[in-house]
Design a binder for this molecule. Structure first.
Ligand SMILES: [Zn+2]
Length: 478
């Protein structure tokens, strides 16, 4: 029987956060605005619309009251007389990005965890990530309050889809302490926890590494009854098992799939499973094909988080984005330099160079086969909020997607996973005006995506540089 509360939960899950309006914005948010006119036109820009279509040159986008009212060739545009006209030759406009593994905390092996309610929303928004799913909350109430304050116009930031706390089975893990993970002792306990966070406002749940099949089955069943969805960073359960148990999405590309290890025991998180991924020939391996087909068959989405894995892969580019060094606190900077030094000492033995390459191959194959591939940053010192999302774009292009397809993964596909794609995720007339103005051409030079100038959320324009400046030296502290 459907109770009133379960109906409410389903409605809450399906509807994106309320649109922001100027009237509701506090001075603490208004100080970051650069475009606050209700009607404006972005003229003479290249548009990458988020659908995967090739970039279109010399376009104009007209926005009225938070909605895209028209987009097409600049020569055909009929710009309303009351519009503010912003001429943007040499610029590219993409949809607001949808980040699906975008935490509001940092965790390091030190171990330490830092909730980042000040810097994360500013950096996400400043980088053009206008919607996030947190995908594992270190502090769910801190995140729910952050979401509420953003929606009230007290803090600049993206729309937030809050996940409950990490759900994990019994066993030792320092993250139980530092990230307040919820240790589930039984399937019955899991159902109660799902109910609790459904009432509190979570719309997704995240299971983490060590969890048994009976508990995952209880979580997916209870979550679906409440209109919530479940994703996982798995280990004790293989991808095909999780798909059969009703999971909605899988995190980290192929890199948390333990099912290729020869002596994998049920419900046990094994060591060395990444070596097993590294040893497979992605294009031809029948087991890999079976994983792919199971995901396609059940329409299970996958989140790419390539940038954060690159950071633990010796021999890869590191620290090339100067913004990283500007936003990190002195402590975080020192920790990151030491961490990177340690990674490079593993160059002779690490399976990560091959495993990373295999995951890139699998992600491209999944996308080409029609799989719902999205992306998220999984922030770390090496890949801070927003900055790491940009690195993901560069790596998706390296993986073989066209720049327009990589943008689609990071915008429309993310919106599809969240069920908000009728309103968000692409640049089309009638959709909400979440738009990112970039200086240069990320279709020609992927790294140009770092040159964000203005970010529109609900048709209100934020000065990216101001948002970044407000976070200077504070990542790791606030
Ligand atoms: Zn994560």
């Amino acid at each position: 029987m459907r109770t009133l509360s379960s109906f409410v939960a389903i409605s809450a899950a399906a509807v994106p956060a309320v649109a922001q309006t100027l009237q509701s914005m506090a001075p603490s948010v208004r100080q970051y605005l650069s475009v606050d006119r209700p009607v404006f036109a972005l003229r003479n820009v290249q548009v990458i619309d988020g659908t995967g279509a090739a970039p279109r040159a010399d376009q104009t986008i007209i926005v009225s009251a938070g909605t895209i009212s028209w987009v097409g060739p600049a020569s055909a545009a009929r710009i309303p007389t009351e519009a503010q006209v912003i001429d943007l030759p040499g610029h590219t406009v993409i949809p607001g990005l949808v980040g699906l593994h975008n935490h509001t905390f940092y965790y390091t092996a030190a171990p330490r965890a830092a909730q980042s309610n000040f810097t994360a929303p500013r950096l996400y928004l400043g980088a053009g990530v206008t919607t996030i799913r947190s995908t594992g909350s270190g502090s769910p109430y801190a995140e729910l309050n952050l979401k509420a304050n953003i929606e009230r116009g007290e803090i600049p930031g993206p729309r937030v889809f809050v996940t409950g706390p990490y759900l994990i089975g019994p066993g030792p893990d320092m993250r139980l302490d530092y990230l307040g993970m919820h240790e589930l002792k039984s399937p019955e306990a899991a159902r109660k926890v799902v109910d609790y966070w459904a009432e509190e406002g979570a719309t997704w749940l995240k299971v983490y590494t060590q969890i048994d099949r009976a508990t995952l089955a209880a979580i997916t069943d209870q979550a679906h009854k409440r209109g919530l969805k479940v994703t996982g960073h798995l280990c004790s359960i293989g991808y095909r098992e999780a798909v059969a148990l009703g999971i909605d999405a899988l995190e980290h590309g192929l890199l948390s799939n333990s099912e290729y290890l020869a002596d994998k025991k049920p419900d046990v998180c094994p060591g060395g499973y990444r070596d097993a991924i590294a040893s497979r020939d992605i294009a031809t391996d029948p087991d890999v094909r079976a994983t792919l087909n199971a995901m396609l068959d059940k329409k299970v989405a996958m989140t790419s988080t390539l940038a954060v894995y690159e950071a633990s892969t010796p021999g890869r580019p590191w620290g090339t984005d100067s913004r990283l060094w500007e936003v990190l606190s002195a402590d975080a900077r020192a920790e990151e330099e030491e961490r990177h030094r340690q990674v490079e000492t593993t160059a002779a033995t690490s399976s990560m160079p091959r495993a990373l390459k295999k995951s890139m191959e699998f992600e491209a194959m999944f996308f080409r086969a029609g799989g719902l591939l999205a992306a998220g940053v999984d922030p770390a010192w090496s890949t801070p909020a927003g900055i790491g999302d940009h690195r993901n774009f560069e790596m998706l292009v390296e993986a073989g997607l066209t720049p327009a397809e990589a943008i689609q993964v990071m915008s429309l596909n993310g919106a599809r996973v969240l069920g908000i794609d009728r309103r968000l995720g692409s640049i089309e007339a009638g959709k909400t005006a979440d738009l990112v103005v970039i200086r240069g051409d990320p279709a020609a030079r992927a790294a140009d995506i770092r040159q964000v100038v203005t970010v529109f959320r609900d048709g209100i324009g934020y000065d990216s540089a101001k948002l970044f400046a407000s976070a200077k030296g504070l990542v790791g502290i606030r």
